[in-house]
Design a protein. Structure first.
Length: 392
């Protein structure tokens, strides 16, 4: 039985803790640590076996090292914020413990995410004989695995990939984000970017959109965005000619976002106010509902998948691999909404495959670098069943 330290007690951390606790074949002792320890304790109360909790500032590597030395986990699952990725990776290096996360590093002062900072740890993790698995959520995460699975079983070559993320759920609030508001708004307000014929192309934020008929949901308007899995899939899926990422947004969400941007509430620089310096986006985050609080009355479904075109046996081929997740069902299982659920379940699965020695290597890896089959099997078993729809 393996010992796991989970860092971050938000919407995703709650699902990871509950799903690890339920997977008694793999995970023995669990410690859930976060900045606000009362949130860890609230999550612990949802779990029907004892787990440990701890207060931790994960920006401080020394504190993370101390907790690792005290609890002695086999691995760390980082579901705090992307800002903590490097300080936690440093602590894993110092203590020789495996690492997993769901979002790539970004600096607080610049709304830009990229894998370079974490890929730069490859040699050091290899020398230490430990593994880091990056981006084991849904997107990134399951979407990367859908691509690897299609490359292995359906295509000789994949030429185009469109990753499509549709949340057709309703939480009943005028404006809320389904994962950490600060990280979410930084991502959505960035310039769009996609890769075609060996080059990156930029677009104005949310300027390119089209309608798609999502299975089990219907037609929704989706907007081209830059998303982190594009960076690793361009390197790891051979023969690719184009890859894009799309996300659906409702009119009400977009109107709120536009107003917040126009009045400066999404700024990430510091503004002098009443004798103090405040960052408007951080202040906005303090006003918005926490992602973990949205589950109770959430209705509707998500559909997230990959539309892929390419060739198989000399013929053109097109498939859509997707998962549909129901917000209310997630709430009845783990008291969370579907976005936390679709992120937390793959984090637990990635960790379980590492701990069972099924996905094992030394260095820093993205999920699509491993055999997708065991992961796909576990998705069906742990609440995220998938469908392959043949278009051509
Ligand atoms: P939340 O805001 O709900 O939770 C984040 C948690 O991290 C909070 O409990 C917060 O503590 C804690 N935290 C923040 N800073 C620190 C710190 N310095 N030390 C210790 N704990 C800290 O966010 P979510 O649960 O929605 O998201 C968690 C992560 O999952 C994010 O990185 C997000 O980008 C990622 N994600 C990935 C997805 C994917 O598909 N790959 C999809 C959705 C999310 P406090 O409560 O005190 O603020």
């Amino acid at each position: 039985m393996k010992k796991v330290l989970i860092i971050g007690a938000g919407g995703v951390g709650s699902v990871v803790a509950q799903k690890c606790a339920a997977n008694t074949e793999v995970f023995g002792e669990i410690c859930l640590a976060s900045r606000t320890v009362s949130k860890c304790e609230n999550i612990a109360r949802l779990i029907d076996r004892p787990i440990q909790t701890a207060s931790l500032d994960a920006d401080n590597t020394k504190e993370v090292v101390e907790l690792i030395n005290k609890f002695k986990p086999d691995m760390v699952i980082n579901v705090a914020l992307p800002y903590q990725d490097l300080s936690i990776m440093d602590a894993c290096l110092e203590t020789g413990v495996h690492y997993l996360d769901t979002a790539n590093y970004e600096k607080p002062a610049e709304a830009k995410f990229c894998y370079k900072w974490q890929w730069d740890y490859r040699e050091r993790f290899k020398e230490k004989g430990i593994m880091a698995l990056l981006g084991s959520g849904f997107d990134p995460g399951v979407t990367n695995i859908f691509c690897a699975y299609a490359a292995k079983h359906y295509f000789d070559e994949i030429h185009t990939i469109d990753i499509m993320d549709c949340n057709a759920g309703s939480h009943g609030k005028a404006f809320a984000t389904n994962f950490n508001p600060e990280i979410n708004i930084r991502e959505i307000t960035q310039r769009g970017k996609y890769w075609e014929e060996g080059k990156w192309h930029e677009t104005d934020p949310l300027s390119r959109h089209k309608t798609f008929n999502f299975p089990e949901i219907g037609e929704r308007e989706m907007y081209l965005m830059y998303h982190e899995e594009l960076e690793s899939l361009v390197k790891n899926i051979k023969g690719l000619k184009r890859i894009r990422f799309w996300m659906t947004f409702g009119e009400e969400y977009l109107t709120h976002l536009r107003v917040l941007e126009n009045v400066g509430m999404t700024r990430i620089d510091s503004v002098a106010y009443d004798g103090k310096n405040i960052v408007p986006l951080k202040f906005l985050k303090a006003l918005l509902p926490e992602p973990s609080s949205l589950g109770e009355n959430y209705t509707g479904k998500t559909n997230i998948g990959c539309m892929m075109k390419g060739t198989s046996g000399g013929e053109d081929k097109e498939i859509y691999i997707y998962n549909v997740c129901d917000h209310a069902k997630c709430y009845s299982e783990v008291k969370s909404q579907a976005i936390s659920y679709t992120t937390g379940v793959p984090a637990m699965i990635g960790a379980a495959l590492m701990m069972r020695g099924i996905w094992t290597a030394q260095g820093v890896f993205n999920v699509e670098e491993f055999d997708p089959d065991p992961f796909m099997k576990e998705l069906n078993k742990h609440g995220l069943p998938w469908t392959v729809k043949t278009i051509k």
